[in-house]
Design a protein. Sequence first.
Length: 459
Amino acid sequence: MRGNNLGLDSMKGLVIRLAIPSMIAQFINVFYSIVDRIFVGNILEIGGVALAGVGICGPIVTLISSFSTWIGIGGSPLMSIAMGERNQKRARHIMANCFVMLIIMALIITSIILIFKDKLLMFFGASDVTFQYADTYMSIYAIGSIFSIVALGMNSFIICQGFSRVAMFTVVIGAVANIILDPIFIFVLDMGVAGASLATVLSQMLSCIFVLWFLFSRYPKVRITFRGYSFDIMKKVLLIGFSPFIIISLDSGLIIAMNMALQYYGGANYGDQLVTCHTIAQSFFLMVTLPLGGITGSTQPILGFNYGSGDIKRVKDGQKYTLIVCLVFTAIMMIIANLFSQYFVRLFTSDEVYMALSVKAIKIFTLMVIPLAVQYTIVDGFTGISAVRYAISLSCFRKALYFGAMIVFPLMFGIENIFYAEPVVDVISVIVSSFVYFKVMNNILEKRRNMIDFKGEKV
């Protein structure tokens, strides 16, 4: 239960102690999310089409989680800055507002999905064959989505207080439970796709219970309270969190758009095959992007705390060490993608046609994954110091570019080459983001230091 001192501990050690557990937690979280797909893909006779159906739900599930990220990542940097300013009262009020916002948001999202899910699933790429599996999975998941939203959102407030190992444990609880329950529900109880969804909901409920227990306990410095509600705080949380929300929600939208394009250009039978292969490839790519986001997201409290106290050198050091960890991680994942992707694909299917196309897609997706480390470090770095307009602009630019590439590539190079849109966009986005970073970051940090010095608040 020992926390980290964000203002005094060695920056190199601090980044590693926060980033590595968060990276591992996101690895577990990815495995957690794809375990359902692995078991579903191995259901006798229907595995392929059932996997395509669950794959249609994947981006919708991610879209749901993006709302918890909106509040969690929106509030935790604000709380870190308040803690850096030694304003514990404001820090408590920020967490209280975020907790209420997550509950309200979860209820609204659940209602919307249950009302419109049939139309959403068909619009997002389900076919007449795959709809029944997508509908079954989504109906059960939507009912229990409140557990996922609250657990993920409030876990950010554990991380920003330095308890990265506790935050990792919340994910481990859900992952282990899901791995145990999936085969029982799917195969032993013969519940099929419904069993996969039910196992996920129950696992997320366990994670949610642990997160709330910890944040109500005596261990964290800032605990959940029920006072200090403020529309001004809520507005700032929504503004700060809008960038990561846009990143994740647009990622989901782009996956949905990809499935729609594959279904449209591929036709009835080949389209379902392409969607299945894309689901497998995206499952691997999540093993890159989610842990990468875990690294950069976990170090945001370091940036926010030291930005709040006006220690600009520590902010820069934090960004430097975060980038180094990200570069090492992406280099390792690129090697794994090129040497071992066929073994990953075998977890889902033994069909040679599916395997060949899925392996090809994975290798294409990860061609330029190392530059992606720079993109994540820059965008999340801006978010960590509340410079949200730059984070949002860079995020939206990348998504718009990717959407345009998805339209152009199938028309010019054929549907199977649509996967090359990812590496091309990665390179262009990093160039643009790096230019913006070197243009404005020093000015932002110097302005903060001068303001703190002028007020005489630096400690």
